[in-house]
Design a protein around this ligand. Sequence first.
Ligand code: SAM
Length: 352
Amino acid sequence: MTEVMRLARKLVEDGLLEHNEYVELLADRDDEVREYLRSTAQGIAVSNYGHDIFLRGLIEYSNTCKNDCYYCGIRRSNDNVERYRLSLEEILSCCEIGYQIGLRTFVLQGGEDPYFTDDMMCEIISSIKSHYPDCALTLSIGEKGRESYERYFAAGADRYLLRHETADIDHYRRLHPESLSLENRMRCLEVLKDIGFQIGAGFMVGSPGQTYDTMASDFEYLKKLNPHMIGIGPFIHHKDTPFRNEADGTLELTLYCLSMLRIMFPKALLPATTALGTIDKTGREKGVLAGANVIMPSLSPDNARSKYLLYEGKVGVKDKAAEGRQLLDERLAEIGYRTVTTRGDYKGWDRT
Ligand code: SAM
């Protein structure tokens, strides 16, 4: 048996590796190991969640951001973005469309937009929850203080997505300006978990400066944090950012990482991301076959979608939300999966 296959088997048996072993498993990957990890990961996902794919309706409610992350298309310094904000009524009508097509989780995502005060966010959260009490609500609105997170939870938010982006401090500096810190990002995740949210961390695959060594730190960090959801997708360059000339992350490495994560976190909610569907026409289906069990179709209004461009070529910009599910079902049926009408909580999670 090759050394890299030995490490792959060790990952399957123990659910984790030493730092240098992660590096080796990533660096020396070959076809045989790739297929071994993929099929094992798919089997684990099926034994936990069957062939059901959970849906999350993504509502991109603001593309205004006070941050200036070097990779992101809606960063503050990008003057070419036409900024927008959705009103409460617009947000609720996105939910209505989503509810009608059977979505039972809504994700409010946006730039860090100070216009939306905590009072406003709590009003949005409680309105959504009172109109749709059988739905879960996820927030993906960035770094805040403990008090704000507590208020959002009390208002009814159930889950929070905050990708850690990279667990390596030097790599973090390569991706972000001085005003942001890895320490604070990690603190936010700890606080969110402590409050009782189902939390999601994650990273981009192939972001500038990423190495197998920094990725090993990501896997180690995730193992320690043990989040309920893990969002990973390829980095894709945007022409109006400092990373305009950087290479994009690859489908192959993203799928490999997805499989590793499924093996390490058998019950985790793992999305096959829009970015994965952007770099490859059937990227999301391939993600499902590599162990993912969540898809996040956009519910954002048509005129907002084309303005929420984190990266170039984003798929789904011209899709109609209402037709989205049927199309997805047709595509997933081809690989033996189906979408389901359920909140899709983390197995065993109970809001207390
Ligand atoms: N502002 C919130 C936050 O910081 O968590 C949520 C919105 S942020 C735009 C959502 C995620 O998009 C980020 O965590 C990042 O990983 C991803 N993203 C941003 N730019 C990207 C790019 N160029 N390619 C791929 N993913 C990107």
